[in-house]
Design a protein around this ligand. Structure first.
Ligand code: GLA
Length: 394
């Protein structure tokens, strides 16, 4: 990502004919395990990756927020005098407006601003391109306006932006935390109730992680995501009523309680609860397995997680299922799962480094046989969270 800062600065100069004052970069993330658990106050194990979003920006005397997205070749100019109007024709710009609006609603006046957006993260593929854009802009405004937010504060503001009408996805906290928080290149075990974190270092050696982009567009992501979320709330209320035990979230449901009380739940609520309860267990076991250097066990948990997301949570798709099945049948692959919200997007495989060519070949062949688009492979490494700096020459 470092070279990207240079590219973004050069692009800013070219587009706006002046030098930027600030550069911010925020990584995307791959979630190693723990999907659809964050908004149930459970555990997740995301890892910031070496692909992300970079912003270059400077204040201007104009009463407007001007933004150019280099990779899309699109620009918007939004007046900042009154309410910031959403941009239906440039949905990417709404993430920035949502963040700017959060600063305003906390009493901070917005200066006239020019922003150049760049990055090397696949867009809309389930690697948190939106969270990394929100986090990068929140960190940039935090620095520029001197608002003194901590990394956690930046993440929480970015999440509030995602919930706002500009975006309207009732996401959990995982993506913004993964992009904002890590102070060392490691995965982060996050307790989404207490927001306590623990870095989980990947074992040194021949193990590797590869992200496989199915190229299947995540069209249902927003609406079906919100439906899953309300199904979980309903399942929790029903289990509370049946058990007489106060339950703040599905996090509080034990496997034994689900066995005893689950029969009273209507489908698909039982299946949704079964996923969340079992996934929480897998996250904690997987963190331990990785810390102990036990890649076969971590991989087994990856694969079990995929099956649960596909069967019980119903957020997979034929492309992701094919990737997972093919990967698991390839020598040297420990496990594979869809990652993130699902409904398309990416899978992540845990494998021995030298198994990558065989995996690539097998998945490509499986896709070609079904006449699907060629999947993209991104070997990923852990990265640190967001950083923002003021350029000395500005
Ligand atoms: C999206 C959301 C996250 C999380 C995942 C599923 O990425 O933004 O908060 O719920 O889906 O695990």
């Amino acid at each position: 990502m470092t070279d990207l800062a240079g590219t973004a600065i050069a692009a800013y100069r070219k587009i706006y004919g002046a030098s930027p004052e600030f550069v911010a970069r925020a990584p995307g993330r791959v979630n190693l395990i723990g999907d659809h658990t964050d908004y149930n106050e459970g555990w997740v194990l995301p890892m910031a990756i070496n692909l992300g979003t970079v912003l270059a920006a400077a204040r201007t005397p104009n009463n407007a927020l001007e933004v150019h997205a280099r990779r899309m070749g699109e620009s918007v100019m939004v007046p900042i005098g009154g309410e910031l109007p959403a941009q239906p024709r440039a949905p990417w710009a709404n993430y920035l407006l949502a963040v700017a609006d959060q600063f305003r609603s906390r009493g901070h006046a917005l200066p006239g601003l020019r922003v150049l957006v760049d990055g090397d993260l696949p867009l809309g593929a389930g690697l948190s391109s939106s969270a990394s854009l929100e986090v990068a802009f929140a960190a940039l405004l935090n620095e520029m306006l001197g608002t003194g937010l901590s990394r956690r504060g930046v993440a929480l503001l970015a999440q509030a932006a995602e919930h706002s009408p500009y975006v309207g996805v009732q996401c959990g906290i995982m993506d913004q935390f993964a992009s904002a928080l890590p102070e060392e290149p490691a995965a982060v075990l996050l307790d989404c109730r207490t927001l306590a974190t623990r870095p989980v270092r990947l074992p040194a050696g021949d193990g590797a992680l590869v992200v496989i982009d199915s190229r299947r567009e995540r069209t249902l992501a927003g609406s079906a995501y919100n439906t899953r979320r309300s199904e979980c709330e309903e399942a929790c209320r029903a289990l509370e009523a049946a058990s007489g035990v106060p339950l703040a979230a599905l996090r509080d449901v034990t496997p034994a309680m689900l066995d005893e009380q689950g029969a009273g739940l209507r489908e698909p609520l039982l299946a949704r609860a079964r996923h969340v309860v079992s996934e929480n267990e897998r996250v904690l076991l997987c963190a331990e397995a990785l810390e102990a250097g036990n890649l076969p066990e971590a991989g087994r948990l990856f694969t079990a997680s995929h099956e649960s997301l596909a069967r019980d949570y119903e957020v997979s798709c034929p492309e992701l299922d094919t990737i997972a099945e093919t990967a698991v049948g390839t020598e040297g692959v420990h496990g594979c799962r869809m990652t993130g919200a699902g409904f398309g997007g990416c899978a992540v495989a845990l494998l021995e480094q030298d198994a990558l060519p065989a995996l690539r070949k097998a998945v490509r062949e499986a896709f070609a046989a079904r006449a699907w688009e060629v999947p993209h492979f991104h070997p990923v490494k852990p990265a640190c969270g967001v950083e923002c700096f003021r350029l000395e020459t500005a």
